[in-house]
Every structure is written in C-alpha cells, then in structure tokens.
Write a protein that binds this ligand. Structure first.
Ligand SMILES: O=C[C@H](O)COP(=O)(O)O
Length: 250
C-alpha cells in the first residue's frame, strides 16, 4: 500500500521569518494524517523550518541539489549539506530547473544517484510542455524523462523514490490536468517503470501529480488509483490553502 505524499514546493518565496510563520501554522494543525507531508522551503530557510517541524510528522525537503559532496561549485548546495540542514527529500529536475537552468535528464540522473547515496529521497519531476502535448508526444516525453532520470538505479532504489508528474502547461496557470488525464499519464509512467525495473518497483514507487493543485481539486485527483499525492506550488504558500489539500488526502 503506497502512502500518499503531499509536498509543498515554496519555490523562490518566503524570507526566513515568513517561512517560520508558515511552518508553525502547518505544524499546529491537528488530526491524523493519512498522507506524508513535506515542506520544501528555499535553502535559506531550511534550517529554521527544520527546527520547527523536528518533533512533528512533517518532513523537510530541498528544491535542488548539486551531485558532488563539496568543491569549487560557486552557488551550489551539496547532498550532505542538505542532510546537515535536516532534509529527508530533494526535488530534482523540476521543469523550472530544466527550462531556466538547462537541466537535462543526464544531470537529473546524476543528482538522483547522489541523493540516494546520501539517504535523501529524490522527488524526480517529469512532464510535457503544451506544444509537446498538442503534438501527441506526452507519453514519449515522460517515458524518456523517466528512463533518463532513473537510468542505472536498482529496482529497490526506484521503489524508494518519488516521481512527480507535472505537465508544464498546468504549472502556475490555474489549468489542472483532468483527473482522467493525470491518472492516465501516471499509470503510463508506472508502466514505464515496470518495463525498466520490474513490477515490484512499479507497484511501490510513489507518483505524485503537480500543476495547479488546490483544495478544490485535490481530493478527487488523490482518489485516483495511481495518483499517490501532490507536488504543490502556489497553494502551498498559505497555511489554509495547503491544509485544504492535506485534508483532501484524509
Ligand atoms: O512544484 C510545484 C509545481 O510546479 C506546481 O506549481 P503550482 O501548484 O503553482 O501550479
């Protein structure tokens, strides 16, 4: 049985004080959680958020990472630095990293291997652009990205990680993939994993949907059999909005 995972990607938002305030508000929410919750603040707020959530069931994640442990890589953050700051997860290959910073599947693969070697769970993002979708290339794109990002991993490693299917055209646009579309593409990604890594890895790997998830659509997306949670951008920036999504997974 796969436990749903709901991650808030705060992107380049929140000062340390604002991050602390949001983490405090979320930590204070009562109730049993069916889903695992992950907060992914910017690097500058990781340690402060870690201190707030340390005795709660909420986990900490980063939004990116370099693959080396240390060295002359100005502006980069290493896997052991993320562990040191309290991270359990790291988002890799987000479409914004691919689009604005030239990240390739090969680079995402290198990062995924480094994350796993440091006991960080990668949240590997895949997804097609609008042009690719309209050209009927969705399956080809997500299959290539999935195979590329996971190349060389063991079935056990693949089983332990998280994939986020984020159609680029749905990110921050208010346009959500329909439940049927999201379910269909995520089932296809799972079949791709099965073909490459076997049925046990495919049955275990958690695959989230991301792209304009909000309280109003979360419950029905998460009720689909292959959708194992959500990677949330905009709606993770306000405690009430994110809590509404978490409630959708109860
Ligand atoms: O990582 C999160 C996604 O890019 C989704 O962002 P969004 O919920 O603002 O559409």
């Amino acid at each position: 049985m796969r436990r749903p995972i709901i991650a808030g990607n705060w992107k380049m938002h929140k000062t340390i004080a604002e991050a602390v305030q949001l983490a405090e508000a979320l930590k204070g929410q009562p109730g049993e959680l069916r889903a695992e919750i992950v907060l992914c603040p910017p690097f500058t707020a990781l340690a402060a958020v870690a201190a707030i959530i340390k005795d709660s069931p909420i986990a900490l994640g980063a939004q990116n990472m370099h693959w080396e442990e240390q060295g002359a890589f100005t502006g980069e953050i290493s896997p052991n630095m993320l562990k040191d700051a309290g991270c359990a997860y790291v988002i890799l290959g987000h479409s914004e990293r691919r689009q604005y910073f030239g990240e390739t599947d090969e680079l995402v693969n290198r990062k995924a291997k480094a994350a796993l070697a440091h006991d960080l769970t990668p949240i590997v993002c895949v997804g097609e652009t609008l042009v690719q979708r309209e050209a009927g290339e969705t399956e080809a794109i997500v299959a290539t990205q999935t195979r590329g990002a996971l190349a060389g991993l063991t079935p056990e490693a693949v089983a332990s990680l998280v994939i986020a299917y984020e159609p680029v055209w749905a990110i921050g646009t208010g346009k959500t993939a329909s439940d049927d579309d999201a379910q269909q593409v995520i089932a296809f990604i799972r079949a791709t994993v099965a073909a490459e890594f076997g049925n046990a890895a495919a049955a275990a790997v958690r695959i989230q949907y991301g792209g304009s998830v909000k309280a109003a659509n979360a419950a029905s997306l998460l009720s689909r059999p292959d959708i194992d949670g959500a990677l949330v951008g905009g709606a993770s920036l306000k405690a009430a909005d994110f809590q509404g999504i978490i409630d959708g997974a109860r």
